[in-house]
Ligand binder design. Structure first.
Ligand code: APR
Length: 233
């Protein structure tokens, strides 16, 4: 299969208008919680109950949220382009899928996933996870959300690297460009010759790495951009 011509990376900003908090904006999740307590393996070992409660709340918020016009536009793009588009997301919500996108690459994992910390068995997470729940495969009480925490290796990096080397266009949507390796994707794609575009509410930390940027709410600027791409085909 030919590599995708277009790679899109999304971040928390694409789900902001669906009511899901971002991390670093005013009132964002990392202004309410210390990420060391709820998004690191050490934090999980220190207080497993707190971490399960944190993700149980995010899982419930995500389940109650509705995809916004940006998710719907990207689903329209994925239906039109098929394998010519690779949609990579840093988000752990399933709003891209619920809007109709297929084969979404969740590099930071998903709220709907659970994994055993010992036998690595994976299954669909229950709405509420607790420290004492046994792994369905090995029975040990070592279950955790299938989320990539700080200090852990993001998922699907080989597939993403291959796509960044081959794509003609790289677009980042709704991400602050502060967390690597995702923040470095634009430089990788540009070095391989891709045209790069940032769609964000405000300039990201890596805005100068992009050929072009457009600023505004994702629900407005993403559908407009998708219309341009589809008209230009
Ligand atoms: N439309 C478009 N962009 C928006 C909107 C909106 N309605 N609202 C906020 N944004 C932008 C903000 O300007 C900011 O640049 O979305 C970005 C959100 O940045 P962060 O909160 O840092 O989220 P993100 O970039 O996805 O964080 C990356 O950090 O904590 C880890 O694993 C977590 O995946 C996350 C990673």
């Amino acid at each position: 299969m030919a590599p995708p011509r277009l790679v899109v990376l999304t971040g928390a900003g694409v789900s902001a208008e669906s009511g899901l908090g971002t991390f670093r904006d005013k009132g964002g999740l990392w202004t309410q919680f210390d990420l060391a307590d709820v998004a690191t393996p050490d934090g999980f070992a220190r207080n497993t109950d707190l971490v399960h409660q944190f993700y149980n709340a995010r899982r419930a918020n995500a389940a109650a949220a509705v995809p916004n016009a940006a998710h719907v536009a990207l689903a329209r793009l994925s239906m039109a382009l098929g394998d010519d588009l690779l949609l990579v997301t840093q988000n752990v919500d399933d709003l891209h899928e619920r809007a109709g996108s297929r084969d979404v690459v969740h590099m930071h994992g998903t709220l709907t996933g659970a994994v055993c910390g010992v036998c690595a068995h994976r299954w669909t997470a229950p709405a509420v996870m607790t420290p004492r729940a046994p792994c369905p495969a090995c029975g040990r009480p070592t279950t955790r959300p299938d989320i990539v925490w700080f200090g852990e290796i993001p998922f699907f990096m080989d597939r993403i690297a291959e796509a960044l080397q081959a794509c003609d266009i790289f677009v980042a949507i709704g991400t602050s460009g502060t967390v690597y390796p995702a923040a470095g994707f634009v430089a990788e794609a540009a070095a391989a010759g891709a045209e790069t575009l940032e769609l964000n509410l405000e300039p990201s930390a890596v805005v100068s790495d992009f050929d072009a940027s457009r600023f505004g709410p994702a629900s407005v600027i993403v559908p407009a951009w998708v219309d341009e791409v589809l008209q230009g085909r």
